[in-house]
Every structure is written in C-alpha cells, then in structure tokens.
Design a protein. Structure first.
Length: 143
C-alpha cells in the first residue's frame, strides 16, 4: 500500500480511530500515516496514553489480542511517534502529509527493522518494553 494523497492518509487515520480500518491496511506505512495525521490534526490523541488506548481498541476490534507477546507495544509506539514528529517538524508547516510520509518512508525509519539499530532484539521485544517505555540500549534515538 502506498498512500499518495492527504485524503488517503485521513481516510486511514479516521478508519483506524473508528475501528473500521481493514487489518491488512494497518502496515508499517499505515502506522506512520496515522501518526502523522494525528500529530497534525489531533495532537491530543498522539499523546502516549491516548495513542495506547487508540491502538489497543483498534487491535481488539480486529481480533488482535493485546498481550505480553502480541498486539500493542508501547516502546515501539513511542519511538515511532517521535520519529513521525521529527519528520513532520523538519518539513514546512503546510507540507502535504503524503509528502512527509514519503520522506519518512524513504528514510531509515521507513525500514520495518529500524528500531534494531537502537535496541537489542531481546530488550525491544521484552514484556517490559511492550508494556511501558524502555529506553534504547544500543544507541540513543536521533530525535
């Protein structure tokens, strides 16, 4: 899936929020698209605890249990929100979100394994990191 218009991004974010987004569209790109839209249009929902609630509710609606081994992952969510916010801030305030998303997806964070440059796998995928923020243990995040 490539989101090429701001309307595509808005549709995805709103569908995630109301739990009607098909699970197949909740991809790495989809996560970042929703984060960018929320950061720009509903920043109160991009706060860590609000985002936790949104994603957990969406997961439950799509039959994805939020457990110690699957579903919502707090450290990944917070790191991804920080990456999205950094990419958004680096663009002009009126830059189209689809252009910001394209830049983000073309960056290191566009790779699905980007977090492993900052966390050891066993740390990132620990129960503690899934439940709460666990800082990187290999290198600090650049943003």
């Amino acid at each position: 899936m490539t989101l090429t218009t701001d309307e595509d991004i808005a549709r995805l974010a709103l569908a995630m929020m109301d739990c009607t987004l098909p699970k197949a569209e909740w991809t790495h790109e989809g996560h970042f698209a929703a984060a960018l839209w929320l950061l720009r249009h509903r920043p109160e929902l991009a706060a860590p605890e609000a985002m936790r609630g949104l994603i957990m509710r969406y997961n439950e609606a799509t039959a994805t249990p939020n457990t110690d081994t699957g579903g919502y992952h707090h450290s990944i969510t917070i790191a991804s929100l920080r990456a999205a916010a950094w990419h958004l801030a680096a663009q002009a305030a009126d830059a189209p979100l689809h252009a910001v998303l394209a830049t983000l997806m073309g960056s290191a964070q566009g790779r699905s394994d980007w977090l492993l440059a900052y966390w050891r796998r066993e740390t990132l995928f620990s129960v503690a990191a899934r439940r709460d923020w666990v800082p990187p243990d290999l290198a600090p995040l650049p943003f």
